[in-house]
Write a protein that binds this ligand. Structure first.
Ligand code: ATP
Ligand code: MG
Length: 255
């Protein structure tokens, strides 16, 4: 199964996308009228894969992620998760989906400062009405290499450690998909690698689906495929990316 196998029909590969966007248009109003940011995107994010989204600053990467995650409504077109159209879903449906089926990771970690690492990770489970099991949280802390720091608050953790907590928090409810907007953008090389190792493990060992925006060809090369956006349209895609292939494509427009 999956779009990387030979002989998979188009229909099957479409069914295997965790989130699909079709003819997605997003415009913002300005003094000079509506300014289109996404100009009719049609694409799918494959299930059980790590997909990277790249493109110049202002090309619409964050806007795409926010629309695909149902954090922002499209101007027109469709965004579907399973059978649900996120663009037209009620607020109640959307908040249920955000509690259980979609995780989001930001460049700036966004942990709650008064809660410990363990409490931050457990929070989405509580919000989803579940009682967090100690072993589950301990297992997640272990996976992110912070078993000994369960009781630390964010201020006592490095940026890389905070980001790993944020990823564990996103994964805690076993969502259908995790969206990460430049998750390594604020990190040094070593911390970036640990965060990428973690996202890779989430996909390879725990069958999660992850979509990650990045400017870094090294980060993108850890993905299964890369989508290149320019001016709110897909300019190119690359499967099994290497750093060299990604850098060559980025070099054409990202300087
Ligand atoms: N809420 C908003 N209101 C008006 N314009 C917006 C809004 N959000 C984004 N834009 C505009 O949409 C365009 C795309 O923004 P977006 O944040 O999606 O780009 P990006 O590819 O994520 O860029 P970066 O790499 O700098 O993060 C930009 O021109 C931005 O100014
Ligand atoms: Mg952005």
């Amino acid at each position: 199964m999956g779009r990387f196998n030979d002989g998979v029909s188009f229909k099957e590969s479409v069914l295997d996308d965790v989130v699909r966007v079709e003819s997605l248009v997003k415009s913002y109003s300005s003094a000079v009228g509506a300014v289109p940011v996404l100009r009719g995107l049609t694409l799918g994010f494959p299930r059980h894969r790590l997909t990277a989204v790249m493109g110049p600053s202002g090309s619409g990467k964050s806007t795409l992620l926010h629309c695909a995650a149902g954090l922002d409504r499209p101007t027109s077109g469709r965004v579907t998760l399973g059978g649900t159209d996120l663009g037209t879903a009620s607020r109640r449906t959307l908040s249920r989906i955000h509690r259980r089926r979609i995780g989001f990771v930001f460049q700036s970690f966004n942990l709650l400062p008064m809660l410990t690492a363990a409490e931050n990770i457990a929070l989405p489970l509580r919000l989803a009405g579940q009682r967090p099991r100690h072993e589950h949280i301990a297992g997640l802390l272990d996976q992110i290499g912070l078993a000994g720091l369960a009781g630390r608050r964010p201020a006592g953790l490095s940026g890389g450690q905070q980001q790993r907590v944020a990823i564990a928090r996103a994964l805690a409810v076993k969502p259908d998909v995790v969206f990460a907007d430049e998750p390594t953008g604020a990190l040094d090389g070593v911390s970036s690698r640990q965060v990428l190792d973690l996202l890779r493990a989430a996909v390879d060992r725990y069958a999660q689906s992850v979509v990650m925006v990045t400017h870094d060809p090294v980060a993108a090369s850890r993905a299964d495929s890369v989508i290149f956006l320019v001016d709110g349209q897909v300019r190119d895609t690359l499967d099994h990316p290497t750093v060299e292939d990604v850098s060559a494509r980025v070099g054409r427009w990202d300087r």
